[in-house]
Design a binder for this molecule. Structure first.
Ligand SMILES: Nc1ncnc2c1ncn2[C@@H]1O[C@H](COP(=O)(O)OP(=O)(O)OP(=O)(O)O)[C@@H](O)[C@H]1O
Length: 559
């Protein structure tokens, strides 16, 4: 439950819309119960008045007032229902939008280091389906529960004025229907509801994996096997969903049964009260119709409580992410960025987890402002990890990293990142136009700045030949441009950002010799007055740097 309480606190900024929705729900529920109750009384009272008149007696019966009240209640119920739907849904969308923004804010400190270990499909599932599942918290749980609690109390008090025994019996049955039954079905449905959340998330992860790796699956003739597995998974989900739906149907049937038993009981008790002269004929009808209508208030609760576990599970899954400790702790009082951008690593050691060996071992490195070094070494020796420590994705287990003579732990992480221009073989292109991809580095770049970056990155001819030029869509992750073109777009971004320290992680990996030469030529010019640290497997880029280091099993040595 504490997960749900946590999210309820996030509802606070939308309390106006949320309480507006509950007030309208209450108004609609009141109109609904009153309409049936008054109609029952009116029809019976009119019939009785008619019978008395047939006997030859006259009876003064005002048809006009109750008829007008019934009309007013019918209109209130219709308008109330409409308003309630609009307001409660608006409230829910606002709450979900708020939770999504909050979730993104919580993700930011986790991006360096922590999120890289998560599967993107899993994260996506938590960001979309799990947050969506929280809509039930207000729409299906909170609002109906408040309406039921107030409605049941009001109906019981109202009935007590006419027939205390019926009021007591109905109150008891309503409590059974609104508290005990939902509690029982919550317990019975918990496992299935939780299971479906996890299965649906895994299903989405598998689907995403299949879509992303479609070409490889087809090339390896593995598509059939993968889709069969997905089919089996889907059958399992259908089985569990069927079980959940069966339980929902049982809960609805049980609530209906309770309402019918209560109605029968009210009829018998009203008949006895009528015989004893304690209730008039019309009032007997009023009481019985009121009991019938009152059950409408509690009908949605058992099903809602059965699915409460689903909402709880989704809430827990979201919090599992937001409560991950970030790999770095921001400084309590950040200092201003330095004037110079030399880098220094003092006796730096690092391991990813306590269970793992050290990936970096006692590294000492000094790169003066404007200095340029390259690190070469076998795969897995720790080169990329070293770059990540320099950009403070992680903090060293031992030793310190200095920028401009100051420990990087003292800088605000956002500001620190503004010092680095990163080019790697994995530079991400977004499903947007070339121009939008470039502007990520500098949203307010002028046309002149854009053209200069395009020219420097050697993209001029490529863009000139495109019918839509800079407005050409690069496709999902840049699939519509070649590897070399994508790297040049990333290079142009690097120019636009114009950061004082360049972090180049195998910047020409996967490119042909000509493109590689062009990229390094462009970089040499651009990097002239910048501090450069480059990781490479290739000889070609070594002309760009002053010193080459070798990395082997986490140990750095000048070559
Ligand atoms: N997020 C991580 N969690 C745990 N271990 C990791 C993580 N990232 C890398 N490693 C491990 O740390 C070691 C060094 O990895 P790193 O990526 O720094 O090597 P590298 O020299 O850059 O390799 P490559 O040249 O292949 O890119 C490897 O053994 C790798 O498996």
């Amino acid at each position: 439950m504490k997960d749900l309480w946590f999210f309820l606190k996030l509802f606070k900024p939308h309390s106006g819309w949320l309480s507006g929705g509950i007030i309208l729900s209450l108004l609609t529920a009141f109109a609904s119960v009153a309409l049936l109750t008054l109609s029952g009384w009116f029809i019976s009272a009119s019939a009785i008045a008619g019978l008395v008149a047939v006997d030859g007696n006259t009876l003064a019966f005002n048809f006009m007032l109750p008829a007008a009240q019934i009309r007013a209640l019918a209109i209130t119920r219709t308008l109330g229902r409409y308003g309630e739907r609009v307001v409660t849904h608006e409230a829910t969308f606002r709450v979900l939008a708020g939770i999504r923004c909050w979730f993104f804010r919580q993700l930011i400190p986790l991006v360096p280091g922590r999120l890289s270990t998560m599967r993107s499909g899993d994260l996506l599932s938590r960001m979309t389906a799990d947050i969506d599942a929280l809509d039930a918290l207000y729409l299906r749980l909170l609002a109906p529960a408040i309406v039921a609690a107030i409605g049941v109390t009001a109906v019981t008090v109202f009935l007590a004025f006419y027939a205390p025994v019926i009021s007591l019996a109905t109150g008891l049955m309503l409590v059974i229907a609104s508290v005990w039954t939902p509690w029982v079905f919550n317990r019975l449905g918990r496992a299935g509801a939780e299971e479906i959340v996890v299965l649906a998330a895994n299903f989405r992860i598998r689907q995403l994996d299949m879509i992303q790796g479609l070409a490889d699956l087809i090339a390896n003739r593995a598509y059939g096997r993968f889709s069969d597995k997905l089919g089996q998974f889907s059958d399992l989900m259908i089985d569990i969903q069927r079980r959940n739906n069966r339980l929902s149907a049982v809960s609805s049937a049980f609530t209906l049964l309770l309402s019918q038993v209560t109605l029968l009981m009210a009829l018998v008790l009203a008949a006895i009260a009528f015989q004893d002269g304690l209730l008039s004929g019309a009032d007997s009808a009023l009481v019985v119709f009121c009991v019938t209508a009152a059950f409408e208030l509690v009908t949605p609760l058992p099903q809602a409580m059965q699915m409460l576990a689903k909402t709880q599970k989704a809430a827990r899954r979201i919090r599992q992410i937001t409560e991950m400790p970030p790999t770095i702790i921001p400084p309590t009082q950040a200092i201003a960025l330095p004037d110079s951008y030399g880098l220094q690593l003092n006796d730096v050691s690092f391991r990813y987890s306590d269970q793992q060996d050290r990936v970096l071992k006692n590294i000492n490195l000094t790169i003066p402002q404007g200095g340029k070094i390259a690190i070469v070494g076998p795969s897995g020796s720790g080169k990329t990890t070293l770059l990540q420590l320099i950009m403070r994705y992680y903090d060293p287990e031992q030793g310190s990293v200095l920028l401009g003579g100051q420990n990087i732990k003292q800088f605000d992480s956002d500001e620190l990142m503004s010092c680095f221009g990163v080019l790697s073989q994995r530079s991400q292109l977004f499903a947007a136009t070339i121009k939008e991809n470039l502007l990520i580095a500098k949203p307010d770049a002028s046309a002149t700045e854009l053209n200069a970056a395009i020219k420097a990155a050697g993209l001029e001819n490529f863009i000139a030949y495109l019918p839509e030029g800079l407005d050409t869509w690069v496709g999902e992750s840049g699939v519509k441009v070649s590897g070399g073109e994508a790297r040049r777009i990333a290079l142009a971004r690097l120019y636009l950002k114009n950061a004082p320290v360049l972090v180049l992680d195998e910047p020409t990996e996967g490119l042909d010799a000509d493109t590689e030469r062009d990229v390094f030529t462009a970089l040499a010019d651009f990097a002239r007055d910048k501090t450069v640290i480059m990781v490479t497997h290739r000889e070609a880029g070594l002309g760009l740097v002053d010193v080459v280091y070798g990395m082997e099993q986490g140990v750095l040595r000048e070559l």
